[in-house]
Structures are given as structure tokens and as C-alpha cells.
Design a protein around this ligand. Structure first.
Ligand SMILES: Cc1cc2nc3c(=O)[nH]c(=O)nc-3n(C[C@H](O)[C@H](O)[C@H](O)COP(=O)(O)OP(=O)(O)OC[C@H]3O[C@@H](n4cnc5c(N)ncnc54)[C@H](O)[C@@H]3O)c2cc1C
Length: 368
């Protein structure tokens, strides 16, 4: 991405440990790359909001869509799973676009960066050779999905050059559950539309019961904001329960919920599946748990399943007009390695594109 935004006269090279560029792009969005979102603001991210917004302002989601169009990449608006999302016909098209735009740069693939030293210029020690450079841009992502080439090199090098790295955690990932919610596991395969409330955030969308716990778009988003402790689910986000209490039907038939789910729910709260009109006040209270079910996840599915890593290199030490380190001259950090993590729906790619643009703009200006 960065290479493709650079002036052709600038001598640059790209180093990647993978055999091909864009491993995450390839698998993203079910191989259709959820490239950006219609509305992207700093509210969609964990991170320092002024820093994030300033970078997004310099290369917005509509700039990205224009960039794609200009380079012959067709994007498709599709809100089926998450609001405002833009996909591509195939992730391969995105990688082909970048490969084509990057063709003027030297590319070292299958080359792992092991260490970086600075002696008036950068000495990059790789698994294959030593590469020397005046400037270095670290765009090596974070530590989720090691199978796609992720490594801790950005954090190791940031710390080596006196940067601070905040606590790292898996994010955009499913939740494991505690004993009280083991009944969720019996529902493996069932999906529902729910409203989730976690910390100060609220998400409406699909949730999937999985063998290990909970997953689906609203759970992945909740994992970004969940710290520890309770979160709340509304299993009937579009209905008030009151009108149903007039019905003489059994609870499981009266409520517009998947039968397997409501039967398991009633069992979990020890409520008999009888005529909903016959419920006493105490029983109604139990049923109201459908509207505000509180539970504390046990944890999450971990880095092997997490789409991103939350936390990263502290942004107060990065210049948001250039992406250059404020501590180490000519060293730049962009993308997911920074302490900026977006929600599900194209926000993480958009931050990667925006920060790459800001960096490239500066490199083009300061060419020497
Ligand atoms: C399965 C999955 C699906 C996703 N889907 C979406 C989506 O649809 N929309 C969205 O916005 N986000 C999505 N994301 C998140 C998104 O892919 C990342 O946030 C984004 O790719 C980060 O870009 P980056 O350039 O910072 O890092 P990366 O894309 O991770 O790129 C880092 C590169 O650095 C290389 N590297 C790492 N260490 C070394 C080393 N030591 N030496 C040399 N090279 C190294 C890696 O091989 C990799 O190619 C998804 C993530 C995953 C895992």
C-alpha cells in the first residue's frame, strides 16, 4: 500500500516475511475484503481520538473509494452483516491493484526482518541479507493470526528505540463463557439478532452461538470494548415483552425467537414453558432477563482467532502529520502496530490506508 502511494522517483523497497503481499487482505471479508466503511470517525476506534481523527481527515474513506475507482478496483456496498460496509468483488483484485502500483519498488518477499540498528542510517538485518536505508517505515501489523505472517517485530523495535507499547490483547474475537452460561454452548450453530451493551458502547446485529462460546459481528465488536466484568444482551431488540403477556400461547410459541434458543433459555432460568398469560410477577421478572441478560465472559478465543490486536505503540510519540517517530529520526510507524484499533466493518483497513497515505505524503515531500 505504502509503496503504491510513493513517488516513482523515490528509491524504496518493501520487505515482507510472506511469500506474497497482502496475506490479510486475501482472507479478509470472506475473501471479498471489507475495504472501508461509509462513515468512519474516531468514535469507531479505541485510541487517542484527536490523533486518529487527524489521520482519517487526511485520507478519508471516500478518498479510499476514489483511489480504488481511479485504479480500476470495483467496490460493492453491502450492509448485510455490518452497517456501511464496502467490499470488493474479490480480495485478489485488491492485492493485484497494490502489486501493480508497487511494481516500481524493489520487493523482498520471504524475508523476515530480525533486527534494526541505527548508525547514521538504518541497518536492517533480515533472514536473507542486510538491507541499508536512510528511512524506515514499520508497517508490520500486530500479533494476531501468526499463520498470516504476524510477528512482534514492530513492538520489539519500538521498545528498542525507546517507544512505549501499551498492553496488547486479542480483539474482534469470540468470547468464551463461564459455567453459568454453559447453556450457550448447547446452542452451537444458532444465530440471533441481538443488542449488546458493553462499557459505553451499544451494538445491534448478529450473534452466533458457537461450540466454544459466542461469536458473530456484535460479539466481535463487543470484544474490542469489553474490559472485565458484565456486559448485557437484549435477545428481543425489536420487541417489548408487555404485549405478549396477553397471549394464551406457550412462551416458546408466543415469542418471536428461535425455538431451540427459547427452550434452553427457559431451562437456564428455571421457568416452565407454559401459557405466557399465566405468568406471575416473579416469573415475568425471569422472562424479562431476555431484555437485559447480564453475563461476564470468561475470556476470548485468543490471538489465533482474533482479527486484530488491541493496544500497541503509544501514539503520543508519533507525529500525526507525518507518522514519524518523535523520538527516533526517520523511523515511521503505520497501521495496526499503533495503539489504534477499529471496530468490525472496514475500520482497521481504513486506518491502515489513512496512516500509509499520511506517511507517503511526507516521504514524497522530504525526499532526498
Ligand atoms: C482473518 C482476518 C480478517 C480481517 N478482515 C478485515 C476486514 O474485512 N476489514 C478490515 O478493515 N480489517 C480486517 N482485518 C484486520 C486487518 O487485516 C488489519 O487490521 C490490517 O491488515 C492491518 O494492516 P497492517 O498493514 O498494519 O498490517 P498487516 O496487514 O498485518 O501487514 C503486516 C505485514 O508485515 C509482515 N511482517 C510481520 N512481521 C514481519 C517481519 N518480522 N519481517 C518481515 N515482514 C513482517 C507480515 O507478513 C504482513 O504481511 C482482518 C484481519 C484478519 C486476521
Amino acid at each position: 500500500m505504502l509503496g503504491s502511494l510513493l513517488n516513482k522517483n523515490l528509491k524504496t523497497c518493501l520487505i515482507d516475511s510472506n511469500k506474497k503481499i497482502g496475506a490479510k487482505i486475501k482472507v479478509s471479508g470472506g475473501a471479498k475484503c471489507n475495504i472501508t466503511n461509509e462513515k468512519v470517525t474516531s468514535d469507531n476506534y479505541l485510541g487517542e481520538s484527536i490523533f486518529v481523527q487527524n489521520i482519517l481527515n487526511q485520507f478519508s474513506s471516500s478518498d479510499m473509494l476514489t483511489f480504488c475507482k481511479k485504479n480500476g478496483l470495483q467496490t460493492v456496498f453491502n450492509e448485510k452483516l455490518v452497517k456501511g460496509t464496502y467490499f470488493c468483488k474479490s480480495s485478489n483484485d485488491v492485492n493485484s491493484m497494490f502489486a501493480h502500483l508497487n511494481s516500481h519498488n524493489r520487493t523482498f518477499l520471504n524475508t523476515e526482518v530480525l533486527d534494526i540498528e541505527y548508525k547514521n542510517h538504518y541497518i536492517i538485518k533480515t533472514s536473507n541479507q542486510i538491507i541499508e536505508a536512510k528511512k524506515i517505515v514499520i508497517a508490520s501489523g500486530a500479533i494476531s493470526f501468526r499463520t498470516l505472517g504476524a510477528s512482534s517485530i514492530a513492538f520489539d523495535m519500538a521498545e528498542k528505540f525507546s517507544h512505549k507499547v501499551s498492553r496488547l490483547d486479542p480483539a474482534l474475537v469470540g468470547f468464551t463463557v463461564q459455567k453459568d452460561q454453559f447453556w450457550f454452548k448447547e446452542l452451537s450453530g444458532v444465530s440471533l439478532e441481538v443488542r449488546a451493551k458493553v462499557e459505553h458502547k451499544e451494538f445491534l446485529g448478529g450473534m452466533l452461538f458457537a461450540h466454544k462460546g459466542l461469536t458473530g459481528p456484535i460479539i466481535l465488536n463487543s470484544s474490542l470494548y469489553w474490559k472485565k466484568g458484565l456486559m448485557h444482551l437484549d435477545f428481543l431488540p425489536h420487541n417489548d415483552l408487555k404485549p405478549f403477556f396477553k397471549s394464551n400461547k406457550k412462551i416458546s410459541s408466543a415469542l418471536p425467537l428461535v425455538k431451540r434458543f427459547i427452550v434452553a433459555f427457559l431451562e437456564s432460568v428455571n421457568l416452565e414453558d407454559k401459557a405466557i398469560s399465566s405468568l406471575n410477577e416473579e416469573e415475568k421478572e425471569k422472562l424479562y432477563l431476555l431484555k437485559h441478560y447480564a453475563f461476564a465472559p470468561a475470556g476470548n478465543f485468543g490471538y489465533t482467532k482474533a482479527e486484530v490486536t488491541k493496544g500497541g505503540i503509544l501514539t503520543e510519540q508519533i507525529n500525526d502529520e507525518t507518522m514519524m517517530s518523535k523520538i527516533q529520526k526517520d523511523m515511521y510507524f503505520i497501521g495496526e502496530c499503533l495503539d489504534v484499533t477499529g471496530e468490525l466493518g472496514g475500520f482497521n483497513f481504513q486506518f491502515a490506508w489513512s496512516s500509509a497515505f499520511v506517511c507517503a505524503k511526507n516521504l514524497n515531500k522530504t525526499r532526498n
